[in-house]
Design a protein around this ligand. Structure first.
Ligand SMILES: Nc1ncnc2c1ncn2[C@@H]1O[C@H](COP(=O)(O)OP(=O)(O)OP(=O)(O)O)[C@@H](O)[C@H]1O
Ligand SMILES: [Mg+2]
Length: 298
């Protein structure tokens, strides 16, 4: 099933919306008039949807090239407030590039991205990114890393927040350790904790659980879902793991290989917690495998 969400707080400077209907219907036969009435009804519905759903992140005809190499082509997507969207695509297709543009770390070649209706032109400390390789600060302890960004809290609230997230990502006993004393998976959990501790309203995550063992990865997915449901955050989550995307997202945006375009948007119409052996889950997962031309067999 294909879905497109429209919202009312888009950046008016970005091109959007269906073309207007012709005004003069005087020479139309009945079927054309009925067709037009049908289109008008659809427009009215989408206008109503526009009043009800707020767009948090809006991509409009985004294109990025590195020199002569096109990486992202004509990406248009609205992410609604409170929505969990997974961007799924093969390695090297441009997923991290997409997040770099959302973060204001990279200027698009054409088109653009708006957050809360404001065009992104530079990094903004209100936006939290958990990047694939950027890593934690090596000169700070576990506590220091989580505390980074909590500067506007009282000492008591900061202590409480640090303890909560240390516990959540399973780093109790390592509060005073430096990243060099942690395993790869522990460092990745620390980075997720640092992002969540700031309590942002929108989270951008680039394969945050990629280096974790399969059990910890499942636990972290569950924890992220719990936080998302409890705190109504908007989440844009990049992954190349099909199972992960179907377990987590409201919608999975399936990208093509580079130069990446949106191939399909799949709505995961299953409530949480999701039964990963249910026929619906398996059908959705297999439809994505088929979409990217993979047989789900080894
Ligand atoms: N700063 C850059 N300069 C030149 N080329 C770049 C730059 N950043 C990325 N690329 C190229 O753009 C393409 C997309 O890279 P990107 O890191 O966005 O892929 P990805 O989908 O995140 O891959 P993965 O799943 O392996 O992380 C690659 O071919 C990469 O070599
Ligand atoms: Mg990447």
């Amino acid at each position: 099933m294909l879905v497109q969400i429209h919202g009312q707080r888009g950046d008016p400077s970005l091109p959007s919306g269906p073309p207007p209907l012709a005004q003069d219907d005087s020479n139309c036969d009945l079927s054309i008039v009925l067709d037009r009435i049908h289109v008008q009804v659809q427009l009215t519905r989408s206008e109503r949807a526009r009043d009800e759903v707020l767009v948090k992140v809006q991509f409009r005809d985004l294109c990025v090239s590195f020199g002569a190499m096109p990486v992202l082509q004509h990406i248009s997507l609205d992410v609604a407030e409170g929505e969990f969207v997974c961007i799924l695509g093969p390695s090297g297709c441009g997923k991290s590039t997409l997040l770099n543009v959302v973060g204001g770390f990279l200027a698009p070649t054409s088109g653009g991205v708006a957050i809360d209706g404001e065009r992104v032109t530079k990094p903004d400390r209100r936006r939290i990114f958990v990047f694939q390789e950027r890593g934690v600060f090596p000169w700070l302890t576990v506590e220091g890393n989580i505390a980074f960004g909590l500067f506007d809290l009282t000492e008591e609230e900061r202590r409480r927040r640090i303890a909560h997230y240390v516990q959540m990502v399973g780093l109790r006993g390592f509060e005073r350790s430096y990243p060099r004393e942690l395993s790869g998976g522990m460092k990745q959990r620390l980075e997720v904790a640092r992002g969540l501790a700031v309590n942002p309203d929108v989270l951008f995550l680039d394969e945050p659980f990629g280096a974790l063992d399969s059990i910890t990865r499942l636990q972290m997915r569950g924890e992220l879902l719990r936080i998302w449901q409890a705190e109504k955050k908007t989440i844009l989550f990049v992954t190349h793991d099909i199972e992960e995307s179907v377990q987590l997202a409201d919608r999975v945006v399936v990208m093509s290989a580079r130069p990446a375009q949106i191939r399909r948007i799949v709505e995961i119409d299953m409530p949480h917690p999701r039964d990963i052996s249910s026929p619906r889950y398996l059908a959705l997962r297999d439809s994505i495998f088929a979409e990217i031309g993979l047989a789900h067999q080894v």
